[in-house]
Design a protein around this ligand. Structure first.
Ligand code: NBP
Length: 479
């Protein structure tokens, strides 16, 4: 039937297929399209019974299947394929229609596409979708950008298919105009990198310093998951650590190569943070740690370098050490969220997005990879004080860090003494200490810059810019 579908999905690989099924299961009629028509027919054949699908083969048929204003969702590989699909469909659309890009686009691409299509009266809605294939099917966390007008039309549908937080609220909010949604998704992924790195460091410390086996560490993570660290990532970590390889009978983690992959959103988070001048050292360490892990030749060539080999603690001390690691992990996690939210806030200022940070933490409570009980606390912090300069300024978080810091420092002392790398824990603590320092060595840096490049400096006791005549009589001149 023509003009009957409330939404169309083009790009029916794992994500698009599952999102299309999610819309259909929620009562929407869904038009389907894929470059290779076989995928479209396979979906209908396998899952046609789940709801109302309209299978189409050509762009024209697809567009004609949609009710007006049209809502056309693109779920193709991010980058050139997205532009190719837009070029194919945009000429067939009319003012008021919406193109929703649910791929992992770079927010600058989204800004460009939104600008280009705005001239044609088409709403381009760059939308972050998190939760992988399982989330796409059963309820992802959804981060749409684009115009308010498009959200008025799309929002109710997205709310219906989204994950629901433990309090029942939908994990979707209008993040802000143009690229805001993809920016938020990018930082979400950066935080995800940091969370995973910190959990990895906790695991390695429990293994190498405390001397626990993967199965024992799985139990420790299960216990942590009943407390303030309660989160999807901690839960799946326990599952992965308790898994035994069927072929060898060894712990699964011991038969997997220790080289991590990355797709790019973590890297973008750090690149953009550098552009915005936001210190996201925890996220950067997570990206670099994956990069270092991948340098197999460099690691092989360096394996004989001098340094301590970790000597596991005795059983009597291991339990207390594990408690300390929990404190260090929690404190470092607070820091990486502090850094991520700082980046979102800086992006919001830079691009005039007016992003509500509390609302963002609320939509990450369900469906997405970083879903965690902890996000409720972040939302409460921003609800109590929307202009919170930093999460660390929130009284509750500050108190928790104060309580954790002795253990946090002890864990890093043990890691350093025993030669166990903990770049995430360490970057987080250095950030925390730098924020609380009375004086930073940046004063010396200013002096050096003035010495070699006459870059001038500011004084603590007078307004203005100054330069010292370093090569002459070292008198000071006002610049
Ligand atoms: P892929 O990223 O693997 O993309 C495959 C889809 O892109 C297929 O439908 C393919 O059509 C289509 N496509 C390509 Br490739 N080039 C095209 C072109 N030039 N014109 C038209 N279509 C083209 O699929 P995915 O893993 O389902 O992810 C879809 C999007 O969702 C991506 O942007 C991804 O980054 C994002 N995302 C993925 C996840 C996840 O967990 N996988 C999570 C969140 C977001 P074909 O069938 O004809 O080859």
């Amino acid at each position: 039937m023509s003009n009957s579908a409330q939404i169309g999905v083009t790009g029916l690989a794992v994500m698009g297929r599952n999102l299309a099924r999610n819309f259909a299961r929620n009562g929407y009629t869904v038009a389907l399209h894929n470059r290779t028509a076989a995928r479209t027919h396979a979906l209908v054949e396998e899952f046609g019974h789940e709801g109302d699908f309209v299978a189409t083969e050509t762009a024209k048929e697809f567009v004609e299947a949609l009710e007006r204003p049209r809502r056309l969702m693109i779920m193709v590989k991010a980058g050139e394929p997205t532009d190719a699909v837009i070029q194919e469909f945009a000429p067939l659309l009319e003012p008021g229609d919406m193109i929703i890009d649910g791929g992992n686009a770079h927010f600058e691409d989204t800004r460009r596409r939104e600008r280009d299509l705005r001239g044609q009266g088409i709403h381009f809605v760059g939308t972050g979708v998190s939760g992988g294939e399982e989330g796409a099917l059963n309820g992802p966390s959804i981060m749409p950008g684009g115009s308010k007008e498009s959200y008025a039309s799309l929002g109710p549908m997205l709310e219906k298919i989204s994950a629901k937080a433990p309090d029942g609220s939908p994990c979707v909010t209008h993040c802000g105009p143009d690229g805001a949604g993809h920016f938020v998704k990018m930082v979400h992924n950066g935080i995800e990198y940091a969370d995973m790195q910190l959990i990895g460091e906790a695991y390695q410390l429990l293994r190498d310093v405390a001397g626990y086996s993967p199965a024992q560490i799985a139990d420790i993570f299960r216990t942590w998951n009943t407390g303030r660290l309660d989160s999807y990532l901690i839960e799946i970590t326990a599952e992965v650590l308790s898994h035994v390889d069927a072929a060898t009978g060894k712990p699964f983690v011991d038969v997997v190569q220790d080289r991590a992959e990355q797709k790019g959103t973590g890297r973008w988070t750090v690149q953009i943070a550098l552009d915005l001048g936001v210190p996201v050292s925890g996220i950067a360490e997570a990206v670099f740690a994956r990069s270092l892990s991948g340098h197999a030749d460099l690691r092989a060539a360096s394996r004989e370098l001098a340094g301590p080999k970790a000597k596991p603690l005795g059983e009597s001390e291991a339990g207390a050490f594990a408690d300390r690691v929990e404190q260090a992990l929690y404190a470092s996690k607070i820091v990486s969220y502090t850094q991520g939210f700082h980046e979102i806030s800086a992006g919001s200022d830079q691009y005039d997005w007016d992003i509500d940070l509390g609302a963002i933490s609320a939509i990450w409570r369900g469906g997405c990879i970083i879903r965690a009980a902890f996000l409720d606390r972040i939302r409460a912090a921003y609800d109590a004080r929307p202009d919170l300069p930093s999460l660390l300024s929130d009284e509750t978080f500050a108190q928790e860090i104060a309580a954790a810091q002795d253990d946090w420092r002890e864990v890093l002392v043990a890691a350093t003494r025993q030669g166990v790398p903990a770049p995430g824990f360490s970057a987080a603590l250095a950030y925390y200490d730098a924020l609380r320092a009375d004086r930073l060595p940046a004063a010396l840096t200013q002096g050096q810059r003035d010495f070699f490049g006459a870059h001038t400096y500011r004084r603590v006791d007078r307004e203005g810019s100054f330069h010292t005549l370093w090569g002459g009589d070292r008198s000071e001149v006002e610049a």
